[in-house]
Design a binder for this molecule. Structure first.
Ligand code: ATP
Length: 358
């Protein structure tokens, strides 16, 4: 059998005295791809990244790179580059000296070092600042220099732990796009750890969603968003309206006392099974209660608007149906004049709602 090119994590577990941080994780990071570990604080994503880096040992399991077992290879021999949120640049060195650090260690001569540094400064869109002290740089510039310094190493694997979390929201958004474009250009196999689903969706080829040390779902960002595997993924990756439901037949569930058509009920689910219906705010349909004198109310949930927020680029409504709050998001001008306390009907489109096991 031919070797898998990239990183393979096989059955990795890490137990601390406090409990299991990483629970029997297996995954593949194909060569040239960017994979995000996404999950809330304490889910084990940093521990898993540190095991891959060689900074932490696994209690059991194996790591392979291009089919070669590296489980016991020490950190300095793995040729992985790391960028952490808190990873400081060498403060007494210039930008160029920071970037050239690994080149110097490898014995690259002065002229070639200078050429490579100039190339990398171009790449991170900071040409001509090589002579500057790193202490004079802004947060975003420092992060870019740290990334250039890591790339200079020509690593087999690029590991980033919350590299942008110290930046303000606007710069962070900008750097996410830049980092993605840079990775697509260089095609360095990369793992990025984040708790920010928007960051993961911007940057990743593949998202690995984690909770309690376990992988919850692996997939392309939009697939994970559209077809969440469970309640945790549905609510952690984007916003979701989660409703308790009961299966009536292959094509209908009962929600809040109403029989609603649903296209994604898994085959073979038996009648009366309790499930959760997950509907994204942008998929809900809001109909004015007085639109047709109530004739078309079939298959909808009657409710009352409790909050309207017009953000200019989108409008958000909160509607309470029998004590359950649903969030709905629409394009500007979609519900002209809609008001607090107005009676509406909420339609959950049959083909976009996900049906999740309880
Ligand atoms: P965060 O985003 O807050 O860093 P995380 O998802 O990266 O969280 P980890 O840092 O991997 O999570 O921690 C997972 C669990 O393992 C936590 O319960 C944590 O307290 C525990 N843990 C991590 N490192 C150690 C350690 N060196 N000794 C004991 N327990 C640890």
């Amino acid at each position: 059998m031919s070797a898998f090119f990239g990183l393979e994590v096989r059955d990795v577990t890490r137990v601390f005295r406090s409990g299991i941080a990483v629970d029997n994780v297996s995954l593949k990071v194909p060569q040239g791809q960017l994979v995000c570990f996404l999950g809330p604080s304490g889910c084990g994503k940093t521990t898993l990244l540190r095991i891959i880096a060689g900074l932490e040992s696994a209690s059991s399991g194996r790591l392979l790179v291009d089919g070669r077992d590296i489980t016991n290879v020490p950190v300095e021999q793995r040729n992985f580059a790391m960028v952490f949120q808190s990873l400081a640049l060498f403060p007494h060195l210039s930008v160029a000296e920071n970037i050239a650090y690994s080149l110097r260690l490898r014995g690259v001569d002065r002229a070639n070092r200078a050429a490579r540094v100039a190339e990398l400064l171009e790449l991170i869109k900071l040409p001509g600042i090589g002579h500057q002290s790193v202490e004079k740089l802004s947060g975003g510039q420092r992060q870019r220099v740290a990334i250039a310094r890591a790339i200079a190493q020509e690593p087999l694997l690029f590991l980033l732990d919350e590299p942008l979390s110290a930046l303000d929201a606007r710069l962070r958004d900008h750097m996410q796009v830049e980092l993605r474009m840079l990775q697509q250009k260089l095609k360095i196999t990369t793992i990025l750890v984040t708790h920010d689903q928007r960051e993961a969706m911007t940057i990743a080829d593949t998202i690995v969603v984690m909770a309690h040390g376990k992988i919850q779902q692996v997939g392309a960002p939009i697939d994970v968003y559209r077809n969440p595997a469970n309640r945790f993924v549905a609510s952690f990756v984007g916003q979701s309206n989660l409703l308790d439901a009961e299966v009536l037949d292959d094509t209908h569930v009962r929600v809040l006392g109403q029989a609603l058509p649903m296209a994604k009920i898994p085959r073979g689910t038996s009648r009366n099974t309790r499930v959760t219906v997950s509907v994204r705010p942008e998929d809900t349909r809001i109909e004015r209660a007085d639109a047709d004198g109530g004739a078309a109310s079939h298959g909808t949930l009657p409710g009352e608007v409790t909050f309207v927020r017009d953000l200019g680029d989108l409008v958000e409504l909160r509607v309470v149906c029998q004590g359950i709050e649903l969030i709905s998001v629409g394009a500007p001008g979609q519900w002209p004049g809609i008001q607090h306390a107005e009676r509406v009907r909420v339609r959950l489109p049959a083909d976009s709602a996900a049906i999740l096991a309880n």
